[in-house]
Design a binder for this molecule. Structure first.
Ligand code: NDP
Ligand code: 8X3
Length: 256
């Protein structure tokens, strides 16, 4: 039998796609997010219910997350793969106009929530001498863009934390991978634009964005490589996305 994988943010987007992919491959799946009904709907057609465990938790809340993970039934204990996927961007305005509460939500979810899940599951992986932490970072953690201020900084944290984890775990068989996707069509932009579906869909107009299934494919590949192979990071963009040149502000009359 295949192992057990725990996926955070499994109610939508990449997390839901990973749940589908790993279930189909015969894994036991543990799904966590706040929207319980969405995870139930996602798995409604999955025949082998004995391989599915769904739990509701807000990963910003350490105690709630600890309880949710502590309540995972024995049949799902010994999680081999943790996909730290839950996360979000809020807003796309310049730093001097952004809401501090939105910054806090991103920091609490993308950084602290990811740390809580890692800290709760990693000791078991080290003890059992088997495990893989797959973090979902972003190209925003590498490449600056206007409005990416705190979101990008949270993903830069994920990148460096992933590398530091690798150094801490040297001498154990536990693997760590940071996957850094570019534009992917999920609910990400809807959340970033606070429910404005027009702005959200404009993000993907005239191009073929990545999909949740693309990211699930990459996660699946990194997890299924031979146990001695550690993919440190993967940066993946749609073909229609690339880096731009450095920006220069020009004002002939009032150069700054
Ligand atoms: P979605 O909005 O579709 O999914 C985000 C998931 O995170 C949802 O399942 C949501 O579940 C969950 N989540 C958010 N906050 C919390 C919380 N406090 N506690 C538990 N779960 C939470 O977006 P994506 O699938 O695109 O995003 C997944 C990850 O990929 C994020 O980390 C994002 O930053 C990253 N990413 C996305 C890219 C893109 O272009 N789409 C590109 C690069 C990286 P619920 O609301 O039910 O709690
Ligand atoms: C999401 C990708 O480019 O919208 O992390 O920041 S991007």
């Amino acid at each position: 039998m295949k192992g057990c994988i725990l996926i955070t943010g499994a109610s939508s987007g990449f997390g839901a796609a990973c749940a589908e992919r790993f279930y189909k491959e015969g894994w036991r799946i543990v799904l966590i997010a706040r929207r319980l009904e969405r995870m139930k709907a996602l798995t409604a057609d999955f025949e082998d219910k004995s391989r599915i465990y769904i739990t509701q938790a807000d990963i910003r809340d350490l105690k709630a997350t600890e309880k949710a993970l502590g309540d995972v039934p024995d049949a799902f204990s010994g999680v081999e793969v943790l996909v730290n996927n839950a996360g979000l961007a809020l807003g796309l305005g310049p730093a001097h106009e952004q809401a501090v509460e939105d910054w806090e939500t991103m920091i609490d979810t993308n950084i602290k929530g990811l740390l809580y899940c890692t800290r709760l599951l990693l000791p078991g992986m080290v003890e059992r001498k088997k495990g893989h932490i797959v973090n979902i970072g972003s190209i925003a953690g590498d490449w600056p863009y206007p409005g990416g201020n705190v979101y990008g900084a949270t993903k830069a944290f994920v990148k460096q934390f992933s590398r530091n984890l690798r150094t801490d775990l040297l001498g154990t068989p536990v693997r760590v991978t940071n996957i850094e996707p570019g534009m992917a069509e999920t609910e990400f932009s809807l959340v970033r634009h606070k429910g404005d579906s027009v702005k959200a869909s404009r993000t993907y107009e005239g191009l073929k964005p990545l999909t949740g299934a693309d990211i699930a494919e990459i996660v699946h590949w990194t997890v299924n490589l031979p146990a001695h192979v550690n993919i440190n990071s993967v940066e993946a963009m749609p073909v229609s996305q690339a880096w731009d040149m450095l920006a220069v502000h020009r004002d002939e009359e009032n150069p700054i």
